[in-house]
Structures are given as structure tokens and as C-alpha cells.
Design a protein around this ligand. Structure first.
Ligand code: AHR
Length: 500
């Protein structure tokens, strides 16, 4: 296959905001317990946090971390997770049919977030709680001192307020699986009242209202319209959630998953702009793609049914082991988020550790990188400055799910110091792609680094037994000559190239 690309400063989309490289820690399975937190592990610090995991999170380069759910938040009482640990209740978590010991709550999580240099993006419970509870949590987290809840925080060990700016108004309230799921009208009204009240307490909050749980929800589009009609003036972001998986051996469609993400972004943007017009508002609604990843959801539905009588603590749930193909798709989804960074201002890879995660751990044992770790960490490290959307002319292929798809997809960034980065995928399942890129407009003269994610077996994975089976390798024969960059990508591969 062949592709020609033109990368020029005239096609700048946005400045890279580090919030695009967010992630998500939910009280689900082994994400918190036996994931980030495992007192007794040889690498655990005095607070019980695994320092080997902290190191991997730093290497991954995540920024904002969404917490504490997810579906979990809709049954959560945040008060259970603060104060003396031996007095915290054990409760049922209905979302994941598990027991929540509450040994980690906001104060512990905030300590962990500090260790990793992360900004917290906090979710309030709008499934089984409401305005007052959201205000109480905001007071506990952000009020300086001299009130009941801020003084309680101080007594619990944290005098300085956390200063949490980003707040999710509930989670996936359109999903019938959500505890306390609502109609768009009911949710829109509750979210508007909650947002308005939270702003009375603190005007500079950045509030995220729930959009659709996927583009295949029967209410997709309608939900966004109704919810934004209620909340437009009160919120800053509407959320998008999307998970992809290879189904029925259709690797070609799976590799083109980012076309669905594009459709998601353009549909929600259009609906939001219609509401903007109807309200005669000067504000453009931003998108928070606060759950995105590969998730073999169908397989979990079949094999992870927890029995009615079982209430395990930190069970192994949603522990997908990712392949090279999964990592290529993840790299492509990041390319898509960057290409639409003018509209998608914030994003969170769901999730971070053990649960559909780039980092895996074994209790008492090692922590290691999944295949998906590599495109994320590399993009987070190399994407700097301005995002440039390339003009791509290339061969196309037919997919069962999305119609015709380009074989090659790419995006570039140009940093203020003149260093440029190009991120590319070859979606072909069988053909190498020869790619010729016009970079004359970037003012670069040499290739400073070139990394490839590929394996002859697209289903190769990293496992406990073989933790380093897949990693980045150097991409050879990348030639920059007189403003033309030439390279070849093997089938089912992702690459990142630095130019200086
Ligand atoms: O990330 C796993 C789950 O996916 C989250 O709890 C929920 O919000 C979504 O359905």
C-alpha cells in the first residue's frame, strides 16, 4: 500500500493540552486494591502504595486521573472512605457485585495522585445521591478551613484543600446498567441544579456533564441534545465514552475503530453547536472523552458472571490482556483524539491498573507493561506544542463495520523549540505501507528518533510469564531528504518519529 502525506503549519488544530493524556482509577476489581494499593507488598510505601506501580504510571505519562468511578460512583458514599480506617464500613458495591472495604478513599487517593504528579478529576454520585451530597464533597475537598467538612478533612490529616477543578456530574446516566439510571430530561434537570449549586460554592470549577455511554446507545444524539438544553450555561464539557474490540475475527474493521470515534466526536459537536445556536450562547461546549480504550466486553459478559451469592473483595474483573493489534488501535485512537483536539479538550484512558489497563500487577509479585502502554507513553512524551492535521492521500480498504477506510492514518505535532513528531498507523492486515511525507513546511533537517510497534504475530501479548514479549523497537530506514520523509510501515503497526 502507498500513502503520501503533507504536514504543514497552516493546518494547526490546537495546542497540546496535557489533559488529553488522562487516565481513570475506579474502585473496580483490582484497580485500587492489589493494583495501586497493596500494603505488605515489598514495593509498598508506608501508605500501602506500590512504588513500582507509581514508577510505571510516571513513565506512562498520564496527567489527569478520573476517580472513583465509573459505575461504582453511582452507589458510592464518599464519607465511608474518610476518617479512621478501622471505623470505615464495608459495603456492597452493586455495580461490580463486590465488597468495598473503603480502606482507600479521597484522602488516600489524593496522596497517591500527588506521588504520580496527577491532577484529580472527581466524580460525584448522581445515581443515588444529589445536590447536597455533591456540595458536601466539594466542601470537604476544596474549602480551605473553618467549616464542618473542611475541618474534618484537616482532622483527617490534610489541612490544605485539594483544589480539585474538574468534576464529573455523575457517570453514564443514560445506561440502563447504571444504579439510578435516568431519562435525559430527569438527568439534565438534576445535573443543571447540581452544577449551578456547585458553582455557587466555587465559580472556577470545570464541570463535565454525562453524554452517551457509546455511539450505539439508542438515545445517542437525543441524549446530548436534551441534557445540554438543560445544562448548557452551567457546564464546560460533555463526556464521551467509547470502547472497541475485535469481533468475530474481523481485524480489518477493528483496525479502523477510530472511524467510530470520529463519528462520535463530530455528532456530539454538531448537536452541541445546535444547542449553542438555539441558546444564542457565545460558549462552545468542549468534549471530555473521559472513557476510551479497547475492552473485550462481549467476552466478559459471557465469562465473568458473578454469582448472586458471591461478594468478593477486589476480584479479577475486566483484566484484558492486550495484543499488538490492540495497541495499534489504541495508538490510532490517540491520533484521533489529537486530530480533534480543537474540540476534545480532555480525555481519560479507561483504566490505569489491572482493569482494562496498560499496567498489570500480581499480588506480591511484579508490575509490567501491556502492549498498549507503549503508544500511550510515547505519544504522551513526544506530542508537544501545536497539533497539525496532515493531508493524507492513500489506498483505502473496505471494512464490514465502517465502509471504506484509509490504510494509513497520522497526526503531527510541532513544539515551540522546532522539534516535530509524527504518529502513524498502518491499518492493513497484510501489506506494508510505503509512506512519503512532505515536511518542507516544518523546517526540520534530521530524524531524531523513530519507534515501531509491530510483531509478526499481531496477537502477541505481554503476560505474567512473558512480561517483555512485546515492546517498542527502532524503525529503520526512515530517510529525511530535502524536506521529504520516506518510510515503510509493516502491516498492523504503529510508529512515532521525531524530527529536529
Ligand atoms: O471502565 C469500565 C466501566 O465502563 C465504567 O465503570 C463505566 O463508566 C463504563 O461502562
Amino acid at each position: 500500500a502507498k500513502a503520501t502525506l503533507m504536514i504543514d503549519r497552516s493546518a494547526i488544530v490546537a495546542r497540546v493540552d496535557r489533559r488529553l493524556f488522562g487516565a481513570f482509577v475506579e474502585h473496580l476489581g483490582r484497580c485500587v486494591y492489589d493494583g495501586i494499593y497493596e500494603p505488605g507488598h515489598p514495593a509498598a510505601d508506608g501508605d500501602g502504595f506500590r512504588r513500582d506501580v507509581v514508577e510505571l504510571v510516571s513513565e506512562l505519562g498520564t496527567t489527569t486521573i478520573r476517580y472513583p468511578g465509573g459505575n461504582f460512583v453511582s452507589g458510592y458514599r464518599w464519607q465511608d472512605g474518610v476518617g479512621p480506617r478501622d471505623q470505615r464500613p464495608v459495603r456492597r458495591d452493586l455495580a461490580w457485585h463486590s465488597l468495598e472495604t473503603n480502606q482507600v478513599g479521597l484522602d488516600e487517593f489524593a496522596r497517591w495522585a500527588k506521588l504520580t504528579g496527577s491532577e484529580i478529576m472527581m466524580a460525584v454520585n448522581l445515581g443515588t445521591q444529589g445536590v447536597l451530597d455533591a456540595l458536601d464533597l466539594l466542601e470537604y475537598a476544596n474549602h480551605p478551613s473553618g467549616t464542618q467538612l473542611s475541618d474534618q478533612r484537616a482532622r483527617n490529616g490534610t489541612t490544605e484543600p485539594y483544589g480539585i477543578r474538574m468534576w464529573c456530574l455523575g457517570n453514564e446516566m443514560d445506561g440502563p446498567w447504571q444504579i439510578g439510571a435516568m431519562s435525559a430530561d430527569d438527568y439534565g434537570s438534576l445535573a443543571a441544579r447540581t452544577a449551578a449549586a456547585m458553582r455557587m460554592a466555587q465559580s472556577d470549577l470545570e464541570l463535565v456533564v454525562c453524554g452517551s455511554s457509546s455511539s450505539s446507545m439508542p438515545t445517542f444524539g437525543h441524549w446530548e441534545r436534551v441534557v445540554l438544553e438543560h445544562t448548557y450555561e452551567h457546564v464546560d464539557y460533555i463526556s464521551c465514552h467509547a470502547y472497541y474490540q475485535e469481533r468475530a475475527g474481523d481485524l480489518g474493521s477493528f483496525l479502523a475503530s477510530s472511524l467510530d470515534m470520529e463519528y462520535f466526536i463530530s455528532t456530539v459537536s454538531t448537536v452541541a453547536d445546535e444547542v449553542k445556536l438555539a441558546k444564542n450562547s457565545s460558549k462552545t461546549m468542549k468534549l471530555s472523552f473521559d472513557e476510551w480504550n479497547i475492552w473485550y466486553l462481549d467476552e466478559h459478559r459471557e465469562s465473568h458472571e458473578v454469582s448472586e451469592t458471591e461478594w468478593p473483595i477486589a476480584p479479577r474483573l475486566l483484566e484484558d490482556v492486550y495484543s499488538v493489534a490492540d495497541a495499534v488501535v489504541l495508538g490510532n485512537l490517540l491520533i484521533t483524539l489529537l486530530k480533534h483536539h480543537d474540540r476534545v479538550a480532555s480525555a481519560s484512558l479507561a483504566q490505569l491498573v489491572n482493569v482494562i489497563a496498560p499496567i498489570m500487577t500480581e499480588p506480591g509479585g511484579p508490575a509490567w507493561r501491556q502492549t498498549t502502554f507503549f503508544p500511550f507513553s510515547t505519544t504522551s512524551r513526544m506530542a508537544k506544542g501545536s497539533v497539525i492535521r496532515p493531508v493524507i492521500t492513500c489506498d483505502r480498504y473496505e471494512t464490514a463495520l465502517y465502509g471504506m477506510a484509509d490504510v494509513v492514518d497520522a497526526v503531527a505535532t510541532l513544539a515551540d523549540d522546532g522539534v516535530a513528531s509524527v504518529f502513524l498507523v498502518n491499518r492493513s492486515v497484510s501489506e506494508p505501507a510505503t509512506i512519503v511525507i512532505d515536511v518542507r513546511g516544518l523546517g526540520v533537517s534530521r530524524v531524531s528518533e523513530a519507534h515501531l510497534l509491530h510483531d509478526d504475530d499481531p496477537y502477541a501479548k505481554n503476560t505474567l510469564a512473558e512480561q517483555d514479549r512485546v515492546g517498542l523497537r527502532p524503525l529503520h530506514d526512515v530517510v529525511l531528504d530535502d524536506g521529504t520523509l520516506t518510510l515503510t510501515l509493516p502491516p498492523v503497526s504503529w510508529a512515532a518519529i521525531g524530527l529536529a
